[in-house]
Design a protein around this ligand. Sequence first.
Ligand code: PLP
Length: 416
Amino acid sequence: MSTKALPFDHAFIEQLAQEYPTPFHLYDEKSIRENARRLNVAFQWSEGFREYFAVKATPNPHILKILKDEGFGADCSSMAELILSEKVGITGEEIMFTSNDTPACEYAKARELRATINLDDISHIDYLDANVGLSELICFRYNPGPLREGNVIIGSPEEAKYGFMREQLFEGYRKCRDKGVSRFGLHTMVASNELNAEFFVETARMLFELAIEIAEKTDIRLEFVNLGGGIGIPYRPEEEPVNLEAVSAGVKAAYDEMIVPAGLDPLRICMENGRMVTGPYGFLVTRAIHSKEIYKSYVGVDSCMANLMRPGMYGAYHHITVLGKEDAPCDTTVDVVGSLCENNDKFAIDRQLPKIETGDFLVIHDAGAHGHSMGFQYNGKLRSAELLLQEDGSVRQIRRAETLDDYFATLDFSTL
Ligand SMILES: *Cc1c(COP(=O)(O)O)cnc(C)c1O
């Protein structure tokens, strides 16, 4: 049987569920920190390397605080994400503001926090200038179009709404310089959940080549390149994590071969991963409440796609462990489903699992990024609590579960 390791066991969860009813998301602080350190160590050759955690993956201030501790900045794309970062003391150039279709009020907040503003389109130079003023440091998001292949989550770059086309970059940098901007960066984000280390090395090469061409054509020297996020995680037990040391070594080789001889060293390198930072270290813990035999066999659990949308939205695989039955044979085939009145509310389809009884705890793996955060309230479903398994083994609630009062808070029944 293929397995995935867990930082807790059945007895631990049984005890925990007495205090915090299922479903809940549980994050493993120790592993989050170890992984963050691994990324920083891998890139320590690169002076000023910084990872800006993509806040949308796990927008919880307690998680952001752990990552700030480890030297990460924040990659924000909305007002709420900017405010969350501000509240944990991540400000100034520790924030990368990579938004699109951005309203003026969000640019104003980003300016107030002195965040690095990453423009999604050439028309936003004038928009930013007219509404809040250009900052001293400006970054552009590059969309390589047909020059690169994307993948299913982010789509083909040519079909993606994001970024500047190649020629627009040169025009944009000149325009910003003419308007008094003195510091420049370049960003791209072309894939998500990519497991091939070489892909990120190619992204670095693409940006290094552009940095050289920008210097030649405009005489503008970039301060940094941001390779974007998108480092994948092994959702399936047979998959391997991305070798960060291999990514780093490949990027370094490209840097030494391209940037150094061009006289553009030092050029800071940054990334803005979400998934690989928290994804594998968060678990959705839920309980079987029903089983049903019709044309197929179903196990109904007490959570639904409001708690984890990826399987329903992308058909994404999330591994499931039945606690206490880790060594039992996987000799039944079931769909594991939630209670939403939508037939795609299925955590697993035709999954081989040990025989599940009502009351069993199911752990849905790799829910730490784009899990709780994608939650919604359709069908009156409420978002669950978030719990943190701390380094000393104790558990702290870092977000309470929603209640019906939260759900009804925006309604005024008195005017009925
Ligand atoms: C979502 C997103 C990220 C993070 O993506 P992951 O796949 O979680 O690493 C980074 N940058 C931008 C601009 C994004 O939209």
